[in-house]
Design a protein. Structure first.
Length: 88
């Protein structure tokens, strides 16, 4: 037996996909934000994919509703603004 036969070999594989439309990336079929943090495909759909409606989009959640949206973010900012004015 040779040294190569004795060592353990890893099955580690890295699959990287990138959307040609928005640049979103998936590592081993898991969406990650540009920050490197694990992302939500549903949030990505609500914030980007459903807004631009490109047929070439590779997000499997494209077209689904839910997750984060610009409307939800705007509502959060409005509530925060109202609460900060009340506490002044």
């Amino acid at each position: 037996m040779t040294l190569v036969d004795e060592r353990e070999l890893s099955d580690l594989k890295l699959c990287r996909k990138e959307c040609s439309i928005c640049g979103a990336t998936w590592l081993n079929n898991v969406h990650h934000w540009r920050t490197g943090k694990r992302g939500s495909e549903l949030d990505l759909a609500g914030l980007v994919c459903n807004q631009i409606k490109a047929a070439e989009c590779i997000n499997t959640a494209k077209g689904r509703t839910g997750g984060d949206t610009w409307e939800k973010r705007a509502e959060f900012i409005r509530k925060f603004d109202l609460e900060s004015k009340v506490s002044e």
